[in-house]
Design a protein around this ligand. Structure first.
Ligand SMILES: Cc1cc2nc3c(=O)[nH]c(=O)nc-3n(C[C@H](O)[C@H](O)[C@H](O)COP(=O)(O)OP(=O)(O)OC[C@H]3O[C@@H](n4cnc5c(N)ncnc54)[C@H](O)[C@@H]3O)c2cc1C
Length: 403
């Protein structure tokens, strides 16, 4: 039921990067947009996200760069350190021309979400943004969907966009159980804010790896705080899903005796304001849309934080979805088919795990660790740098459509 012939009523489930980016573009295209975010306020947290190649181009085309520039991280590079803090090797930003482990545009996930929310607040148009609410039921017919919310409301939309993350409820309701679409990638990751340790190298991302686990410390925009990034290589344990105590215990157990700044980082596990812990999974959908429901971001195409491309996929996908809908608002099905056709080649590249995934990142033995360090050192040599850049920049050849 359109408000006018060309104005679609669109519901976006999830106020993360994907949901907010698509809401912004749809609003700018004159559509009536409702966003429901399950949390009671914007979710802070997340480490630096890279914008490179097509995702940087989208950020520019969406006019986000002025906001992003205010929160740029100016990271100088990545350094792998031993237990005593001395470097094994260093990969500076310049060494890889901004296309290495640290890109030239880096912003914390929470800050990028803040930039999108500021733009949304100033975009005008018909926006209904509701925190603390979520979809309970979706009933579709040929013209749209009637949606029942947890708040008790029932509303009619032309299109529902599930941008509710890797464990998407929208996906479960419309497409099927999570297990049908996810592949466990061999471990877990956690991100949280800590006070910046006094002996961490300023403006560098520092990483320390022990068998099966690693701790990274990455600068925040506020120099007083930093992000702890923990990666664990272990079997899947469904009991961990909602048990924060068990998640913290697993982190402590797997990083026991790791040395370096691990004890200092673990001291803040309980008190941190934004503890995030999730399994590493890949999401592959046979199709992104079913009738008037479509998926965007991690709900439809997650490669896991190991790809470093989650945010890139979310904003490129949002740009394409909104662009196609705006091009043919009277042909939603056609727009959804073109969205899928346009985004798929980008996803195929972005979901690839650079350097072989967790097996290469986190060896299980000391010998494996030594070999991994030697490979890392080799990558810093002039001869091998182009290989590293290619591994981290698989999407650079993707040609972004113009709307
Ligand atoms: C707090 C947080 C920290 C993160 N940190 C990192 C990081 O450091 N590195 C990294 O690579 N990736 C991180 N991620 C994942 C990263 O944000 C995504 O891979 C990427 O940005 C794509 O985002 P998305 O919007 O699809 O999903 P998400 O960022 O997961 O956003 C989904 C949103 O939907 C909301 N939601 C969930 N269920 C419902 C529901 N039923 N109804 C309504 N809303 C719902 C969630 O609260 C969330 O705000 C983080 C995600 C979150 C939520």
């Amino acid at each position: 039921m359109s408000t006018t012939d060309n104005t679609l009523r669109v519901l976006v489930a999830g106020g993360g990067i994907a949901g907010n980016a698509v809401a912004l573009q749809l609003l700018r295209a004159g559509m009536a947009v409702t966003v429901v975010e399950r949390a009671s306020a914007p979710r802070p947290g997340g480490q630096a996200v890279d914008l490179r190649g097509p995702s940087r181009e989208v950020a520019e085309r969406m006019g986000l760069m002025e906001g992003i520039n205010k929160f740029l991280l100016h990271e100088k590079g990545m350094s792998l350190v031993k237990a005593d803090g001395t470097p094994v090797y260093r990969m500076s930003m310049e060494m890889f021309d901004g296309k290495g482990p640290v890109a030239d545009i880096e912003i914390s996930r929470g800050d990028l979400n803040g930039v999108l929310l500021t733009e949304l607040a100033g975009a005008g148009g018909e926006l209904d943004y509701r925190y603390g609410d979520w979809i309970e039921t979706i009933e579709q017919d040929a013209e749209g969907a009637t949606v029942g919310f947890n708040s008790g409301r029932s509303e009619r939309y032309d299109l529902v966009i599930g941008a509710d993350g890797v464990h998407s409820r929208t996906r479960k309701m419309v497409f099927g159980p999570e297990e049908e679409f996810t592949t466990f990638l061999g471990g877990y990751m956690s991100f949280y804010t800590i006070p910046t340790p006094s002996d961490v190298e300023q403006d560098w991302m520092s990483m320390h790896v022990v068998p099966r686990a690693s701790l990274g410390i990455r600068p925040d925009f506020d120099p007083a705080t930093a992000k702890a990034i923990i990666t664990l290589r272990t079997d899947a344990d469904p009991a961990l899903r909602r048990d924060i105590t068990a998640q913290r215990k697993l982190i402590r157990d797997m990083l026991a005796d790791a040395g370096w700044l691990v004890p200092e980082a673990l001291e803040h596990l309980e008190a941190t304001p934004d503890f995030y812990f999730d399994e590493l999974v890949r999401v592959d959908m046979p199709t992104l849309s079913k009738g008037r429901v479509t998926l965007l971001g991690d709900s439809g195409f997650c490669g896991s934080p190991m790809t470093g491309m989650g945010t890139a996929m979310a904003i490129v996908g949002a740009y394409l979805l909104a662009g196609e809908l705006a091009a043919t608002p009277t042909d939603v099905e056609g727009a959804l088919a073109r969205y899928e056709a346009q985004v798929t080649p980008f996803l195929e590249k972005a979901k690839e795990l650079p350097g072989g995934g967790i097996q290469m990142m986190l060896p299980t033995s000391k010998l494996g660790l030594t070999m991994m360090q030697q490979v890392g050192k080799l990558m810093t040599t002039k001869l091998f740098r182009p290989i590293m850049m290619k591994m981290l920049d698989q999407t650079q050849d993707y040609v972004l459509p113009t709307y």
